[in-house]
Design a protein around this ligand. Structure first.
Ligand SMILES: C[S@@+](CC[C@H](N)C(=O)[O-])C[C@H]1O[C@@H](n2cnc3c(N)ncnc32)[C@H](O)[C@@H]1O
Length: 318
């Protein structure tokens, strides 16, 4: 029996003071970006300033503004800084002016962490095009649901039910409310740690597709790309837990990866030693989750999540 996993990586009401901080940072912005080697001195200085603005905003949204519901001005400012477009943070199939006026809300940190519509659509299409009829999931489980946006796109691509797991209380409350506005039952979201999904998993007899996009935190650098061993929790620990605990007939994982940088080669080799990459493209890896994993992640959640299983499963081909 093999398991298929899809791993996705990737992403708050503000106080008046915090909003002023954001506004000051953002209105310094200019829209220059691209290859610095081709830039004139003044363009280079503008790019440096823009990078500083983006770093400052990222710190705010992951820090003091992280837990509070983002106001429209913050959503638009973030769109401007990260996408050169105040309407850049498209979620739930809607532009910000639309989702905000319809009552959808997200915490500040989700403006950074959420998988926005164009990216989510690309990833969902890649998963649908990669999986064979035998691998088509009966259920899609997003172990790090955040806004739930990627999970909803996956559900739409496969026309299958979804379940999201989200540990952060604020994020979970707002996402549950957003799901109901979207027309999806809020019971499709469980507020708990990802690992607890496996203590009361949904009864899936056919294939199950797992979406894996834990926070990257220090796991990403422009020099080395995304180190799959250093996300929180490590992607490899999550895959191994799926391999060990899921009772689906097959497990596939979609892992979100950077759009414009590589995956750290050593961490990818380590993953490929135990699982099978079915498809890789900028933005995601689609992984056939194979076999029962040994305890390779002491201290990273591995000991808490490894199950009592009768013995190693053969590393069968899919
Ligand atoms: C990168 S975001 C996921 C974004 C999501 N794909 C979307 O489209 O919005 C990661 C999410 O995982 C949540 N998270 C972090 N650790 C977790 C854990 N141990 N269990 C469940 N969720 C967790 C974070 O609160 C955050 O909302």
């Amino acid at each position: 029996m093999s398991i298929i996993l899809v791993l996705v990586c990737s992403s708050h009401s503000t106080t008046a003071h915090a909003d002023r901080e954001v506004t000051e940072i953002l209105f310094n912005d200019d829209q220059t970006s691209g290859d610095t080697t081709l830039l004139s001195d003044s363009a280079f200085r503008r790019k440096e300033r823009k990078d500083r603005d983006a770093d400052g905003l990222r710190r705010l949204l992951l820090g003091s503004l992280g837990g509070t519901t983002a106001e429209m001005e913050t959503v638009q400012n973030a769109g401007m800084v990260f996408f050169n477009d105040p309407e850049g943070i498209c979620l739930y199939g809607r532009r910000p002016s639309q989702w905000y006026s319809e009552g959808f809300r997200v915490p500040g940190r989700t403006l950074i962490e959420a998988c926005v519509d164009p990216t989510a659509e690309r990833i969902a299409r890649a998963a649908r095009d990669t999986l064979t009829a035998d691998e088509t999931p009966e259920l899609i489980v997003d172990l790090f649901a955040g806004s739930g946006n990627l999970m909803l796109h996956m559900g739409q691509a496969f026309q299958r039910p979804v379940l999201g797991i989200e540990k952060d209380r604020n994020v979970a409350q707002l996402t549950a409310r957003n799901l109901s506005l979207h027309g999806t039952s809020p019971s499709c979201l469980r507020h708990t740690d990802w690992v607890h999904y496996f203590t009361a998993p949904c009864p899936v007899q056919g294939p199950c597709l797992f979406v894996v996009a834990p926070p990257w935190q220090g796991a990403f650098s422009f020099e080395r790309g995304l180190d799959l061993r250093r996300t929180n929790p490590p992607v490899l620990a999550v895959l191994d837990t799926i391999a060990a605990r899921s009772e689906a007939s097959r497990n596939v994982a979609v892992v979100q990866t950077p759009l414009h940088s590589d995956v750290d080669a050593e961490s990818l080799r380590e993953l490929e030693a135990h699982h099978r990459v079915l498809h890789a493209q900028p933005g995601c890896l689609i992984i056939d989750v194979l076999g029962r994993a040994p305890d390779r992640h002491p201290g990273a959640g591995g000991e808490a999540v490894l199950p009592a299983m009768p013995g190693p499963r053969p590393r069968s081909a899919s």
